[in-house]
Write a protein that binds this ligand. Structure first.
Ligand SMILES: [Zn+2]
Length: 351
């Protein structure tokens, strides 16, 4: 128990940036190699890098949605990335169960993605509506959910409850982080309970699934949205193809876990092209009367604050949070806003 209790208290490893490197700028560029042109992985067309960026990294020839990093995704979604108020930027975890080579893997992906964990969380505005965001970084250990990711997501929902704000998550993940063993599986329950508390507070939660959203992340907070949106062609599902086939003893259709099939089966509300994602989310926030916040009211950390090596002590610890989750329902239970209006808007959009 003491080991679990102390997982966030170990030696802190702050994000190391090369002198003069802007973390956000650097991260926005990392998905593509040096050069002016990029090749579409699907139709192999060469596309001018600047055009690709302008098109939100969607191929203009075949519509293939290329993968984008968390910072670039953030830039695409919010009104002004400069006014993004990031939460828990320094929160990370060492190696709670002493898994071999875990530190080395994290170090490698930290260099690659310029992130110190597989999710970024914070507050910003979309179409002037204030929202709490959690955006996953697939490039960091396959966007897997370990204890720091679970803690950051839980805290994001808790802050949204405290401020009466909606939450938008963008998931792309391979599932629970095996390098943290059972502790990573606990994050499923912990994040799911945080979503439930947010829901009981009568607040809106929009979950966006991008390629790929699978396993423990799909099996917890990512599939719990009041409204679940997906990008076209994304792989969405819990167990992998091979695991399902072994379990049911026969081949499964190749498109079983494609967003379009999942949509037909009712687990996704709408499939939205990336270029329309921000407008669609903005419209949904408007339909649900979520708070409008003038940009000036978002607290932007100064350069010094943002880079400060503040001590990071997670409260509550995952173990304690599990107990807290069992707390009785608050006496006053606000009525959840109906998603009927937004569903009829999404149906029109899908047709
Ligand atoms: Zn293409």
């Amino acid at each position: 128990m003491s080991k679990i209790r102390n997982i966030f208290r170990g030696k802190q490893k702050p994000v190391t940036l090369k002198p003069g490197t802007d973390k956000r700028q650097a991260a926005g560029k990392r998905e593509v190699p040096d050069g002016l042109w990029d090749k579409c992985p699907q139709c192999k067309t060469m596309i001018f890098r600047k055009d690709l960026q302008r098109a939100h990294y969607v191929c203009s020839k075949c519509g293939y949605h290329l993968s984008v990093g968390a910072r670039e995704r953030l830039r695409q979604l919010v009104d002004n990335i400069e006014r993004f108020e990031e939460y828990d930027a320094q929160l990370t975890v060492d190696n709670p169960i002493g898994f071999p080579e875990y530190e080395a893997k994290k170090e490698r992906d930290e260099k690659k993605t310029h992130e110190n964990e597989a999710v970024i969380t914070g507050k910003a505005t979309i179409n002037q509506h204030a929202v709490v965001l959690a955006i996953m970084e697939f490039g960091f250990i396959s966007g897997s959910m370990g204890s720091a990711v679970g803690e950051k997501i839980t805290r994001a929902f808790e802050r949204a409850i405290a401020e009466g704000l909606p939450v938008v998550t963008v998931s792309s993940s391979g599932g629970a982080r095996m390098q943290e063993g059972i502790i990573s599986l606990m994050q499923m329950q912990k994040t799911a309970a945080a979503v439930e508390r947010h829901s009981r507070a009568g607040l809106l939660y929009i979950s966006v699934l991008v390629h790929p959203t699978t396993a423990g992340v799909y099996g917890s907070f990512a599939s719990q949205g009041d409204i679940v949106i997906s990008e076209p062609g994304a792989t969405v599902g819990f167990a992998g193809k091979a695991v399902i086939e072994a379990a049911v003893g026969r081949r499964i259709p190749p498109d079983l876990q494609q967003a379009e099939t999942v949509f037909k089966n009712g687990f996704i509300d709408v499939i939205v092209h990336r270029s329309e994602l921000r407008t669609t989310i903005g419209k949904l926030l408007q339909l649900h009367n979520t708070p409008v916040l003038p940009e000036a009211e978002i607290n932007v950390p100064t350069e010094d604050e943002g880079n400060a090596e503040e001590p990071v002590v997670a409260e509550p610890t995952p173990a304690e949070a599990v107990q807290t989750d069992a707390d009785p329902t608050p006496v006053t239970k606000p009525k959840k806003r109906s998603t009927r209006t937004s569903r009829s808007y999404l149906r029109r959009k899908q047709d």
